[in-house]
Design a protein around this ligand. Structure first.
Ligand code: PGA
Length: 238
């Protein structure tokens, strides 16, 4: 299974910037030996999809609502994402959990996404306080088991271990510290499901996470929106 690189563009870019960045990804991915996906804002999905047509870059969404349709102002359904060509959906990102997204909501989103034939990217990770209280493994296990309750037994799913204290801080987890969590996650989700690392990944440290015995890829935020970094990031993820 090739490694998976996912660029989480968050709310960093205008739609015009996202379109330009998608062009850089399309070009860089032509020579890459990893799989590549990018997650622009909802508003840019359609234009980015058009740029990526025929390229080996999959489209991802940053969130979703669990209901199929109805009176849910501001929400976007899995079916609407699927119609735009989205393949992956990031669920339970720590920036959403920080706004109150619960394990129950995450499980419902996982169910909605897999029910539409899309692949959830379930994010799990502990805060700095939870880590220092020795609760890292318990927190990750609880988050993951809750999310998995929404998934069909054979349903495709990607898990991203993203320690919250490592996201956007420039301080990545040491790979040696992340590997025991990786092993635990694999034990819960089973072989054949990719487990990514995320949190201050850049072109300099990426290879340490996906090297021998390591993660099946990475979820990258800040570094993923710098066009000049894209070729180096994808190369390091091979
Ligand atoms: P970062 O974000 O690479 O900017 O730390 C990762 C993420 O939030 O997925």
């Amino acid at each position: 299974m090739p490694k998976l690189f996912v660029g989480n563009w968050k709310m960093y870019l205008s739609d015009d910037e996202a379109v330009a960045l998608a062009g850089a990804y399309g070009e860089a991915a032509r020579g890459a030996s990893c799989e590549v996906a990018v997650a622009p804002s909802f508003t840019a999905l359609e234009r980015v999809a058009a740029v990526l047509k025929g390229e080996s870059v999959a489209l991802a969404a940053q969130d979703v609502h669990w209901e199929e349709k109805g009176a849910f102002t501001g929400e976007v359904s899995a079916a609407a994402l699927s119609a735009l060509g989205v393949r992956y959906v990031i669920i339970g990102h720590s920036e959403r959990r920080a706004l109150g997204e619960s394990d129950v909501a995450v499980a419902k989103k996982v169910r909605a996404v897999s029910g539409c034939g899309l692949v959830p990217i379930v994010c799990v990770g502990e805060t700095a306080d939870e880590k220092s209280a020795g609760r890292r493994d318990a927190v990750v296990r609880t988050q993951l088991e809750a999310a998995m309750a929404g998934l069909a037994p054979e349903g495709p799913c990607v898990v991203a271990y993203e320690p919250r204290w490592a996201i956007g801080t420039g301080v990545a987890c040491e790979p040696e510290d992340a590997f025991p969590v990786l092993a635990m996650i694999r034990g819960i989700v089973g072989a054949g499901r990719r487990v990514l690392y995320g949190g201050s990944v850049d072109a300099g440290n990426l290879a340490r996470f996906v090297g021998e015995g390591g993660f099946d890829g990475v979820l990258v935020g800040g570094a993923s929106v710098k066009p000049d970094q894209v070729p180096a990031l994808l190369k390091a993820c091979a």
